[in-house]
Structures are given as C-alpha cells and as structure tokens.
Design a protein around this ligand. Structure first.
Ligand code: FRU
Length: 506
C-alpha cells in the first residue's frame, strides 16, 4: 500500500515495556541502564573483548577487566562463557597482572597439534597470546614497556599458567606495540600474529607460538591515521567463491564520528604479506560505540565479531553505577559487492532468535490507521527488534521517546544519502561534552529498496541497514525508560514492519 506525501506519525505506546527502573538499588542485572540482551560484567569496569575462542561447544569471551573500580585500571582478563553467543555466564578472572605488567588485549587459540608442547596430543592447550603492559616502564619514560606474552590452560579455560619464557615477542622500541591476534595459517603450516604497532600493523609468524619472526608491515600510508592503531584481526572470507582477507584495525581517536572506531581493509594475504584491493578507508560501524572488536577463533568459515560498546572519549564517565560498559551484539561478518567495491557486512548472529518472544507483523494499512496497535506489547522485556522494507528510499525516522521529553531518533536522510542516530536529546549527556551528538553513516547500497533493522536495549541502539552494509551503534541514557515509538515516514511505501520483543538473557 502506497502512502503518498503524508507525514505519517504513528504513536506507539509500548506499555510496561521495561524493567529498567532508573532508581537504585535493584537486583543484579536489573540496575539502571543494564542491558538485557548484551553481555556486561556483573560489576566493575570492562573494555575490549579478548581471547574469543570456540571450543567443545562453548563460546569463550575474555575481556579487559578491572575488578576494583568502575573506571579503567590495572588490567586483568575477565572470563565469560556461552553456548549460544547470547546467554552468558561470568566465571572467575582468568589472568591477573604480574611482575611483567598488566594484561592488555590479545587472543586465544586451540593448539590442536601441540606445536607449543604446552599440552599433549590428546589434550591440546588453549593458548592465550596477550600484551604485557609494564606501568613502571611507562612511568619511567621508556619505550619498551609493551611486550607479547603467552599463557596456557589445560582445563578448558578455567585455570591458566603463564609461560616461563615470557615475553615471546620483545619490544623493538615502539611505544604502542600491542594487541596480538593469532591464527593458524594452514598453507604455510605456521601461526600468524597481527600486531598493532603504532601507525601500522606488523605481521609475525611462528611454528610453535613461542618463537616469532617478523614477516612484514602494512598500513603506514593507508587508511585513517587520526590516532593510534589498536586491536587488529585478519580473517579469510569468501565472495562468489573467491577468497579474500579482511584486516580489521581499531583506531583511537580518529573515528568517523569522533573518538574510537574500527576501520578495515579487504585484500589478499599470502602468508607473509597483506595487499589491499582498494585504498578507500572503510569502517565496520560508523557509530560512536563499537570499538576494539575482533572475531572468534576456531569457528570455521563462520566469522563472528564482537565489539566493546563504548568510546574512549567518555567510557570512564558514563552514568552507570555498579558496572561499566557492555559488548555489542555478536555479529556475523560477510563480504558484499556494492558501488564498485567490496565491503564487509555485519548482521546480528542468528542465535538472537533464541530470545525472540514473538513476532508481531504489522500490516502497512494498519500503520496508517491505528495508532494504538502496539499497545498489544504488554510484556516486560526491555528490547525489541524492528524491521521494515521500503521501495524508493526517502527520508524516514524512528523515534523512541518517554514522558520526560527525551527522544532518540534513528533514521535516513535521502538528500545526503546517509543514516543517522541523533542522541542529542536522548537523555543524560552532561557527563561529557562530546557525548550529545548525531552520528552519520553513508548509505553504500545503490538499490531502490532498503531494509532497516534496529536492536534497542535499555541503553543501546544498533542499526543494521541494507543487509548490514551501513551500521551505526550508539549508547544512550534516558532518565526514565522509553515507552513510545513513532515512525515519521515521508510518503514512502513500507512493505513490512516486524516487532520482536526479546527476553532478558539474565
Ligand atoms: C583498546 C586498548 C588496547 C589495549 C587495551 C588496554 O581499547 O587501548 O589497545 O590493549 O585497550 O585496556
């Protein structure tokens, strides 16, 4: 049904949509702003996801963790596990700081062939490769305080032993020398490490995870350089049967909407050297709150990405009380051709369906007539999912609002061909003057039709548009929960609108 040149505003009352009582004290996982479909630590500070690995049916998630405060501090590796990437159980701390320093970001591999000799043939070791950051060396003004070390576990990640010969990659005199991500490169029968080395990525290789040799460098003159490079990842992906490699590189600051963000390059990798197929700077997500993301190891052809849902501009100041920061929803990465180039798409993993309580398909005709249709949503999950398809893309917006006069606006602007999240009036923003912002993502798709998927949680919104080609992730902090949803549609045909209330994962 075509709705022509009408400014259609549909007020949707989402009665009792939330358990997000904004007054403390509350039960664990029900505190103000606590996300109900995303992982966050029980309490205290978290930043980057680390060491993600799939082993024996379990998805492991380690993370940068400071167990003594809700601000960044001496880094540990926290640990959580999941069977479905959605429901998480937090376990005890995996790695503690030691005399070599704090435990910064890194990765975990399963050493199936016991190349390291740290396990046995029948019982492979889980090996963590991470950065040891020595705060004393930093204070003393040296430039060699970040080095790469390893630790291993023979009980599926429960307990860890640090390798006696640490560090395994010594700093050659580069201050920013960190965040090793390691994978097995079968054609070369060797391990490959991608390491962030200030303004470039350095590749190393090893037969045994202990002895490393430098292979090559990439990126000094390519991509965005508004800040230091961090948290790389190199993954193979197929497009029309042909293999490519995507190199993810986080950068802080210098993101497209300020502060931290993650860029990527598509190209070829021959075991020694990465060669990009395009010189365009590309972003995995244009939103302000998706940083330091990498993919799970040991998941075969499936590449599952997880980011930290915050930004170093204000991460230490966000108004949560007992805990601080969460991860994005896990996202499946694929390649897609569009506008004469090859791009990464990100979409929520299909396991998110596990917490869909029901699907409400809204008839486009009803959208025009019945404003109260969404009062059917009487249950209490705090998340819902919304999808619609359009023909001939014009301006539209989705507005979430509350009775305190706050609103979060997510939409598309046809004149500039870009999607946006406007959180300037979305809630609390005084904690940092750079927080109240409008973030934009260019529309890359040239198709006359479009789709728009929003995952809204108690204090986060993730937009996946055009099959995940254009993405925006942002956090927000309303005084009271949002209870109304409106769609402003400037005369465009809406084919289908689906609302999927989600169950809390806790
Ligand atoms: C990225 C980062 C990493 C570092 C870690 C320290 O957010 O700065 O480069 O390893 O956080 O917590």
């Amino acid at each position: 049904m075509e709705i022509k040149k009408t400014l259609l505003t549909i007020g949707i009352i989402l009665a009792a949509i939330t358990t997000q009582a904004q007054k403390a004290p509350t039960k664990l996982y029900q505190e103000p702003y606590r996300l109900q479909a995303h992982f966050s630590p029980k309490e205290k500070w978290m930043n980057d996801p680390n060491g993600m690995v799939y082993y024996k049916g379990v998805y492991h998630l380690f993370f940068q963790y400071y167990p003594k405060a809700t601000v960044w501090g001496p880094m540990h590796w926290g640990h959580a596990v999941s069977n479905d990437l959605i429901h998480w159980k937090q376990l005890s701390i995996a790695l503690y700081p030691d005399k070599l320093g704090y435990i910064f970001s890194g990765s975990v591999v399963i050493d199936k062939d016991n190349t390291s000799g740290l396990g046995t043939k029948g019982k492979p070791a889980m090996v963590a490769i991470f950065t040891h950051h020595n705060p004393k060396g930093e204070k003393a003004g040296t430039s060699t305080y970040q080095n790469q070390s390893i630790a291993y576990s023979l009980d599926e990640g429960t307990t860890w032993t640090k390798y006696k010969g640490n560090p395994v990659v010594k700093n050659p005199g580069i201050k920013d020398f960190r965040d090793p991500k390691v994978f097995w490169y079968a054609p070369g029968n060797k391990w490959v490490m991608t390491l962030a080395t200030k303004d470039r990525i350095t590749f190393y290789s090893s037969p045994n995870l202990k002895d490393w040799k430098k292979e090559s460098e990439f990126g000094r003159m390519l991509g965005a350089h508004g800040g230091v490079w961090e948290c790389p990842d190199l993954i193979p992906l197929k497009l029309n049967g042909k293999e490519y490699w995507a190199l993810l590189v986080s950068i802080n600051p210098g993101g497209p909407n300020g502060g931290s963000a993650t860029q990527y390059f598509v190209g070829h990798f021959d075991g020694n050297k990465f060669t990009p197929t395009s010189t365009e700077t590309k972003w995995i997500d244009h939103g302000p709150d998706n940083y330091a993301g990498v993919t799970w190891s040991n998941t075969g052809n499936r590449k599952i990405f997880l980011g930290w849902m915050s930004n170093w501009l204000y991460a230490n100041e966000t108004p949560t009380v007992k805990w601080r920061s969460a991860t994005t929803i896990p996202r499946e990465l694929s390649l897609k051709s569009a506008a004469g180039d090859i791009w990464l798409t990100s979409n929520p993993v299909e396991e998110l369906e596990n917490i869909v309580t029901k699907t409400i398909n809204v008839d486009a005709g009803l959208l025009a007539k019945d404003n109260n249709i969404f009062s059917v949503i009487k249950q209490t999950p705090t998340q819902y999912r919304l999808k619609f398809n359009t023909q001939a893309v014009k301006d539209y917006s989705v507005i979430l609002s509350n009775n305190a006069g706050e609103k979060l606006v997510i939409g598309y602007n046809a004149k500039n061909s870009r999607y946006y999240i406007d959180r300037t009036r979305a809630g609390q923003n005084k904690f940092n003057k750079q927080f109240a912002s409008i973030a934009y993502a260019p529309r890359l798709s040239l198709s006359p039709t479009s789709d728009f998927e929003l995952l809204v949680d108690a204090s986060s919104v993730e937009l996946f548009a055009d099959g995940g080609l254009s993405n925006l992730t942002g956090i927000y902090f309303p005084k009271i929960p949002y209870t109304r949803l409106s769609i402003v549609n400037n005369g465009m045909e809406i084919e289908d609108l689906q609302i999927q209330p989600l169950k809390s994962i806790w």
